[in-house]
Design a protein around this ligand. Structure first.
Ligand code: NI
Length: 251
Protein backbone atom coordinates (compact mmCIF):
# COMPACT_ATOMS: atom_id res chain seq x y z
CA UNK A 1 0.00 0.00 0.00
CA UNK A 2 1.22 3.52 -0.75
CA UNK A 3 0.47 6.81 1.01
CA UNK A 4 0.66 9.23 -1.93
CA UNK A 5 0.59 12.40 0.17
CA UNK A 6 2.36 12.69 3.50
CA UNK A 7 4.10 15.43 5.49
CA UNK A 8 5.84 13.12 7.96
CA UNK A 9 8.66 15.65 8.30
CA UNK A 10 6.27 17.81 10.36
CA UNK A 11 7.56 18.62 13.85
CA UNK A 12 4.59 16.74 15.35
CA UNK A 13 6.38 13.51 14.40
CA UNK A 14 9.08 13.24 17.04
CA UNK A 15 8.38 9.50 16.83
CA UNK A 16 9.23 9.20 13.13
CA UNK A 17 10.95 5.81 13.49
CA UNK A 18 7.86 4.36 15.18
CA UNK A 19 5.64 5.93 12.49
CA UNK A 20 7.68 4.21 9.78
CA UNK A 21 7.64 0.93 11.72
CA UNK A 22 3.84 1.08 11.96
CA UNK A 23 3.71 1.60 8.17
CA UNK A 24 5.85 -1.45 7.56
CA UNK A 25 3.73 -3.51 9.99
CA UNK A 26 0.70 -2.56 7.89
CA UNK A 27 2.33 -3.36 4.54
CA UNK A 28 2.72 0.32 3.58
CA UNK A 29 6.04 0.26 1.79
CA UNK A 30 6.19 3.55 -0.08
CA UNK A 31 5.29 7.09 0.98
CA UNK A 32 5.28 10.18 -1.25
CA UNK A 33 6.75 12.88 0.99
CA UNK A 34 5.32 16.19 -0.14
CA UNK A 35 7.08 19.54 0.25
CA UNK A 36 5.21 22.83 0.02
CA UNK A 37 7.82 25.57 0.48
CA UNK A 38 11.60 25.97 0.42
CA UNK A 39 12.05 24.68 3.91
CA UNK A 40 9.87 21.57 3.60
CA UNK A 41 11.24 20.76 0.13
CA UNK A 42 14.64 20.47 1.82
CA UNK A 43 13.21 18.43 4.69
CA UNK A 44 11.62 16.01 2.22
CA UNK A 45 15.07 15.46 0.67
CA UNK A 46 16.77 14.96 4.02
CA UNK A 47 14.19 12.45 5.22
CA UNK A 48 14.29 10.55 1.94
CA UNK A 49 18.06 10.17 2.17
CA UNK A 50 17.69 8.82 5.67
CA UNK A 51 14.65 6.54 5.18
CA UNK A 52 14.20 4.54 1.98
CA UNK A 53 10.40 4.41 2.36
CA UNK A 54 10.13 8.05 1.23
CA UNK A 55 9.83 9.50 -2.29
CA UNK A 56 10.27 13.29 -2.08
CA UNK A 57 8.55 16.05 -4.04
CA UNK A 58 9.12 19.81 -4.22
CA UNK A 59 6.65 22.62 -4.68
CA UNK A 60 5.25 25.93 -3.49
CA UNK A 61 1.82 25.89 -1.84
CA UNK A 62 -0.69 28.61 -2.84
CA UNK A 63 -0.74 29.91 0.74
CA UNK A 64 2.90 30.93 0.15
CA UNK A 65 1.97 33.10 -2.85
CA UNK A 66 2.99 36.74 -2.49
CA UNK A 67 4.93 39.48 -4.28
CA UNK A 68 8.14 37.47 -3.77
CA UNK A 69 6.86 34.73 -6.04
CA UNK A 70 9.64 35.19 -8.60
CA UNK A 71 12.35 34.62 -6.03
CA UNK A 72 10.47 31.59 -4.66
CA UNK A 73 10.17 30.16 -8.16
CA UNK A 74 13.86 30.71 -8.89
CA UNK A 75 14.73 28.92 -5.66
CA UNK A 76 12.48 26.04 -6.72
CA UNK A 77 14.07 25.89 -10.20
CA UNK A 78 17.56 25.57 -8.78
CA UNK A 79 16.37 23.12 -6.13
CA UNK A 80 14.86 20.71 -8.63
CA UNK A 81 18.03 20.83 -10.74
CA UNK A 82 20.13 19.71 -7.81
CA UNK A 83 17.81 17.16 -6.19
CA UNK A 84 16.01 13.99 -7.20
CA UNK A 85 12.26 14.50 -6.94
CA UNK A 86 9.26 12.43 -8.02
CA UNK A 87 6.67 15.18 -8.49
CA UNK A 88 6.17 18.91 -8.53
CA UNK A 89 3.89 20.09 -5.74
CA UNK A 90 1.96 20.48 -3.85
CA UNK A 91 0.83 23.52 -5.75
CA UNK A 92 -2.54 24.87 -6.82
CA UNK A 93 -5.18 27.36 -5.77
CA UNK A 94 -6.66 27.98 -2.32
CA UNK A 95 -9.26 30.71 -1.86
CA UNK A 96 -10.37 29.52 1.55
CA UNK A 97 -8.55 32.26 3.46
CA UNK A 98 -9.33 35.02 0.99
CA UNK A 99 -8.43 36.08 -2.50
CA UNK A 100 -5.88 38.84 -1.81
CA UNK A 101 -3.04 36.95 -3.46
CA UNK A 102 -5.08 35.31 -6.21
CA UNK A 103 -2.95 36.65 -9.09
CA UNK A 104 0.26 35.44 -7.44
CA UNK A 105 -1.38 32.08 -6.77
CA UNK A 106 -2.23 31.69 -10.45
CA UNK A 107 1.26 32.71 -11.60
CA UNK A 108 2.89 30.25 -9.20
CA UNK A 109 0.54 27.46 -10.16
CA UNK A 110 1.06 27.89 -13.91
CA UNK A 111 4.83 28.14 -13.54
CA UNK A 112 4.89 24.88 -11.57
CA UNK A 113 2.68 23.08 -14.09
CA UNK A 114 5.04 24.19 -16.84
CA UNK A 115 8.03 23.05 -14.81
CA UNK A 116 6.44 19.62 -14.32
CA UNK A 117 5.73 19.27 -18.03
CA UNK A 118 9.28 20.31 -18.90
CA UNK A 119 10.73 17.81 -16.41
CA UNK A 120 8.22 15.09 -17.34
CA UNK A 121 7.04 14.84 -13.74
CA UNK A 122 3.52 14.57 -12.30
CA UNK A 123 1.95 17.57 -10.54
CA UNK A 124 0.37 17.27 -7.09
CA UNK A 125 -2.55 19.66 -7.08
CA UNK A 126 -4.04 21.33 -4.02
CA UNK A 127 -7.49 22.81 -4.65
CA UNK A 128 -9.66 24.45 -2.02
CA UNK A 129 -12.69 26.64 -2.73
CA UNK A 130 -11.26 27.28 -6.19
CA UNK A 131 -12.66 24.54 -8.41
CA UNK A 132 -13.45 26.52 -11.53
CA UNK A 133 -10.22 28.53 -11.68
CA UNK A 134 -8.19 25.38 -11.01
CA UNK A 135 -10.01 23.52 -13.76
CA UNK A 136 -9.62 26.37 -16.26
CA UNK A 137 -5.87 26.62 -15.67
CA UNK A 138 -5.37 22.86 -15.90
CA UNK A 139 -7.40 22.74 -19.08
CA UNK A 140 -4.86 24.99 -20.82
CA UNK A 141 -2.32 22.16 -20.40
CA UNK A 142 -4.62 19.29 -21.26
CA UNK A 143 -2.88 16.49 -23.12
CA UNK A 144 0.57 17.44 -21.80
CA UNK A 145 -0.19 17.07 -18.13
CA UNK A 146 0.14 14.20 -15.64
CA UNK A 147 -0.79 14.51 -12.01
CA UNK A 148 -3.19 14.06 -9.16
CA UNK A 149 -5.96 16.07 -7.50
CA UNK A 150 -4.81 15.56 -3.93
CA UNK A 151 -7.30 15.04 -1.08
CA UNK A 152 -10.07 15.59 -3.57
CA UNK A 153 -13.31 16.74 -1.96
CA UNK A 154 -15.35 17.96 -4.95
CA UNK A 155 -18.22 16.41 -6.84
CA UNK A 156 -18.21 13.24 -8.91
CA UNK A 157 -19.00 15.28 -12.05
CA UNK A 158 -15.95 17.52 -11.58
CA UNK A 159 -13.79 14.50 -10.74
CA UNK A 160 -14.68 13.09 -14.15
CA UNK A 161 -13.69 16.40 -15.79
CA UNK A 162 -10.29 16.31 -14.06
CA UNK A 163 -9.83 12.70 -15.14
CA UNK A 164 -10.52 13.76 -18.74
CA UNK A 165 -7.60 16.19 -18.41
CA UNK A 166 -5.33 13.23 -17.63
CA UNK A 167 -5.36 13.46 -13.85
CA UNK A 168 -5.78 10.95 -11.05
CA UNK A 169 -8.08 11.51 -8.06
CA UNK A 170 -6.65 10.93 -4.60
CA UNK A 171 -8.88 10.41 -1.57
CA UNK A 172 -7.86 10.88 2.05
CA UNK A 173 -9.32 10.75 5.55
CA UNK A 174 -12.51 12.70 4.76
CA UNK A 175 -13.89 9.77 2.71
CA UNK A 176 -14.30 7.94 6.02
CA UNK A 177 -16.38 10.75 7.58
CA UNK A 178 -20.11 10.05 7.87
CA UNK A 179 -21.08 13.42 6.35
CA UNK A 180 -18.72 13.22 3.32
CA UNK A 181 -21.41 12.25 0.83
CA UNK A 182 -19.65 13.59 -2.28
CA UNK A 183 -16.37 11.87 -1.44
CA UNK A 184 -18.16 8.55 -0.96
CA UNK A 185 -19.83 8.87 -4.36
CA UNK A 186 -16.47 9.73 -5.93
CA UNK A 187 -14.85 6.72 -4.21
CA UNK A 188 -17.56 4.43 -5.46
CA UNK A 189 -17.99 5.63 -9.03
CA UNK A 190 -14.81 7.00 -10.61
CA UNK A 191 -12.82 4.60 -12.81
CA UNK A 192 -10.74 2.54 -10.41
CA UNK A 193 -7.61 2.91 -12.51
CA UNK A 194 -7.67 6.66 -11.69
CA UNK A 195 -7.95 6.27 -7.94
CA UNK A 196 -5.17 6.94 -5.42
CA UNK A 197 -5.14 6.99 -1.61
CA UNK A 198 -3.36 9.30 0.81
CA UNK A 199 -3.34 10.68 4.35
CA UNK A 200 -2.15 14.33 4.07
CA UNK A 201 -0.81 13.67 7.57
CA UNK A 202 -0.59 15.22 10.13
CA UNK A 203 -3.91 16.70 8.98
CA UNK A 204 -7.34 15.15 8.32
CA UNK A 205 -7.08 11.89 10.26
CA UNK A 206 -9.63 9.29 9.15
CA UNK A 207 -12.27 7.73 11.39
CA UNK A 208 -11.64 6.34 14.07
CA UNK A 209 -8.88 8.93 14.69
CA UNK A 210 -10.76 11.97 13.41
CA UNK A 211 -9.54 15.11 15.16
CA UNK A 212 -6.24 13.67 16.34
CA UNK A 213 -2.83 13.53 14.65
CA UNK A 214 -2.89 11.70 11.36
CA UNK A 215 0.02 9.48 10.22
CA UNK A 216 0.85 7.51 7.09
CA UNK A 217 -0.14 4.10 8.49
CA UNK A 218 -3.74 5.36 8.74
CA UNK A 219 -3.98 5.24 4.95
CA UNK A 220 -5.27 1.69 5.55
CA UNK A 221 -8.51 3.17 6.94
CA UNK A 222 -8.98 5.14 3.73
CA UNK A 223 -8.40 1.95 1.71
CA UNK A 224 -10.84 -0.02 3.92
CA UNK A 225 -13.60 2.56 3.47
CA UNK A 226 -13.14 2.53 -0.31
CA UNK A 227 -13.20 -1.28 -0.31
CA UNK A 228 -16.49 -1.17 1.58
CA UNK A 229 -18.00 1.42 -0.77
CA UNK A 230 -16.94 -0.44 -3.90
CA UNK A 231 -17.81 -3.86 -2.49
CA UNK A 232 -14.30 -5.10 -3.10
CA UNK A 233 -11.72 -6.62 -0.77
CA UNK A 234 -9.08 -4.53 0.97
CA UNK A 235 -6.42 -6.54 -0.88
CA UNK A 236 -7.94 -5.61 -4.24
CA UNK A 237 -8.03 -1.90 -3.37
CA UNK A 238 -4.46 -2.13 -2.07
CA UNK A 239 -3.22 -3.84 -5.22
CA UNK A 240 -4.98 -1.49 -7.63
CA UNK A 241 -4.13 1.81 -5.88
CA UNK A 242 -0.53 0.66 -5.43
CA UNK A 243 -0.28 -0.07 -9.15
CA UNK A 244 -1.86 3.31 -10.00
CA UNK A 245 0.55 5.18 -7.70
CA UNK A 246 3.60 3.37 -9.04
CA UNK A 247 2.56 4.22 -12.56
CA UNK A 248 1.93 7.91 -11.89
CA UNK A 249 5.02 8.61 -9.76
CA UNK A 250 7.26 6.04 -11.49
CA UNK A 251 8.26 4.57 -8.16
NI1 NI B 1 -0.63 18.40 1.87
Amino acid sequence: MIDTHSHLFNSQFNDIEECIARCKDNNINKIVLVGFDNETNKLAQEYSKKYSIFYPTAGIHPSEANENYEKDLNDLYSFVKENKIYAIGECGLDYHYGKDNIEYQKLLFKAQIELAIKMDLPVIIHMRDATLDTYNILKEYSGKLRGVMHCYSGSYEMAMEFIKLGLYISLGGPVTFKNSKDSKIVAKQIPIDKLLIETDCPYLAPTPYRGSRNESSYVKYVASEIALLREMTLDEIDEITTRNSEKLFRI
